[in-house]
Design a protein. Structure first.
Length: 371
């Protein structure tokens, strides 16, 4: 296989409901969509789901654009490859920039699975025909507003809800949601917002009594030791997200018992090959995994659905239906969840058509090059 043409679209879409985390609030998203055309005319799509600002990780839409245009495109264009892992070798010497790499990795996997006539899920080794989806809810202006959001998603059929927490928005809203929904599969995500202090420990002890499935990323990404110390004092499993960028990080988490659940994000790990490897290692180690989201448009969302069909993804993934985020998605049909479950497509590649007209209509800048 050889990619002879690459187009990159910088696409902005408004969110149907604003989303606030411990670091900031957003009402629209700007992701890069990568279209890779092979020598035989087969087309694959990928998505760079980097946030616009460097608050989740160090990347931004702008850095991803620069790395894509200056380094990834020249590495990929005209290179001969058999498997996506081969192609990924062409950019292996670029350090970091996992979100940018992930967009090209997804496009390579889409191309590869289309060329072999397989669904992306089957090409990755997926075994499920449907995946369980959860929703992630941001920080709301009041506990009442949060309860309304939870109610809406439970009514839409979702059985797992994750709540964003931050210092000052933690034990009280979580207790209110738990009281209103005693049997809900509930978990919290701090996005690393807590300092490693006695005061924080009090908050986590309170949350430990709320029957949460997990507490996600309480401390700063690189502080494995703080996570290990906290895990030893809680019954609730800790889940690591931002901390785990490569397999060495996963090794550290396992060696220190710094977390007992893994959130695998395709973007954070630099693509589908790395995400699958993390799944394999976690599975061998008995660590349950789920697929985290970055509010992906349909291309990245479909890749997350395919990945979530692997056998180790035993917890609900952040693959809620497109309609939770976007009034009109960039794929047709959009990702649809019914009763909290999303069917895994069986047609080749990502299993959805890409709505190029809608992409172009929402594109602020574009890059186009041929070998
Ligand atoms: O930590 O999972 C996170 C969105 C932006 C940055 C970080 C996170 C999130 C989400 C998205 O929670 C959930 C989704 O895509 O459904
Ligand atoms: Mg998270």
């Amino acid at each position: 296989m050889r990619i002879d043409r690459l187009r990159i679209f910088d696409v902005g879409l408004p969110l149907v409901h604003g989303f606030e985390t411990s670091s900031h609030r957003k009402t629209s998203l700007d992701h890069l969509l990568v279209e890779a055309t092979a020598a035989d005319g087969t087309v694959g799509w990928g998505e760079v789901a980097s946030p616009a600002d460097p608050y989740y990780g160090s990347e931004t839409t702008e850095t991803a654009w620069t790395i894509a245009v200056r380094y990834l495109v020249p590495a990929v264009l005209g290179t001969e490859w058999e498997t996506p892992a081969d192609l990924e070798q062409s950019w292996a010497r670029i350090r970091g920039h996992e979100f940018a790499k992930a967009g090209f990795s997804i496009a390579a996997w889409d191309l590869h699975s289309r060329a072999t006539g397989q669904s992306l899920a089957v090409a990755l080794g997926g075994t499920r025909t449907t995946v369980t989806a959860g929703v992630s809810l941001g920080i709301e202006p009041s506990i009442d507003a949060l309860l309304t959001q939870v109610e809406r998603q439970v009514a839409a059929g979702y059985g797992r809800v994750k709540l964003k927490i931050a210092p000052g928005w933690d034990a009280a809203p979580v207790a209110a949601v738990r009281a209103a929904h005693p049997d809900l599969d509930l978990h919290v995500d701090a996005n690393g917002a807590y300092p490693d202090t006695a005061e924080s420990l009090e908050v986590f002890r309170a949350l430990d009594g709320e029957r949460l499935t997990m507490i996600e990323q309480p401390f700063a990404p690189r502080d494995f030791v703080a996570h290990a110390r906290l895990q030893a004092q809680l019954a609730t499993p800790l889940c690591l997200d931002e901390s785990i960028v490569d397999l060495a990080d996963l090794g550290t988490m396992l060696a220190l018992d710094a977390g007992r659940v893994l959130n695998i994000k395709v973007s954070r790990m630099g693509g589908l090959t790395a995400a699958r490897r993390a799944h394999d290692v976690a599975r061998e180690s008995g660590v349950p995994v789920w697929c985290g989201g970055m509010h992906e448009f349909g291309v990245g969302r479909a890749a997350n659905v395919a990945l979530s069909s692997l056998p180790g993804f035993t917890l609900p993934s952040d693959v809620s239906g497109s309609d939770k985020y976007y009034a009109r998605d960039v794929i047709v049909p959009p990702v649809v969840a019914r009763g909290g479950r999303v069917p895994v497509p069986t047609s080749p590649g990502l299993g959805h058509d890409v709505d190029v007209d809608w992409i172009i209509e929402n594109t602020s800048r574009r890059f186009d090059t041929a070998a």
